[in-house]
Design a protein. Structure first.
Length: 99
């Protein structure tokens, strides 16, 4: 199949394989004893017309699976639903005249 696409079969290398068994998120305990997930947050997305109140957080977490001496980082999409939004407007305490 690679010959028909014009690719050189000598250049193609298999990707590194990490065997990941989904046993839940790798949680840690914070200073108050709560179970938390440590995550590097890269981006967030919300479609206010199709799915209002749902935010998708994209990032990386350390895998629970070890590949020897290290724990590799894996991609994650965390979905947060039913977020209520409020906008609070406060009057300015002092009015400044310009010019």
């Amino acid at each position: 199949m690679t010959e028909s696409l014009g690719a050189d079969p000598k250049i193609i290398e298999p990707a590194a394989e990490i065997k990941y068994i989904d046993s839940g998120l790798p949680t840690e305990q914070d200073a108050d004893g709560n179970e938390v997930v440590r995550m590097f947050w890269w981006d967030a997305f919300e479609d206010p017309f199709k799915h209002p109140g749902t935010v998708y957080l994209f990032g990386k977490i350390k895998s629970a699976v070890t590949d020897g001496s290290s724990r590799p980082w894996v991609s994650i999409c965390l979905i947060v639903r039913n977020i209520e939004k409020h906008v609070f407007l406060l009057p300015r305490p002092v009015y400044f005249e310009t010019g």
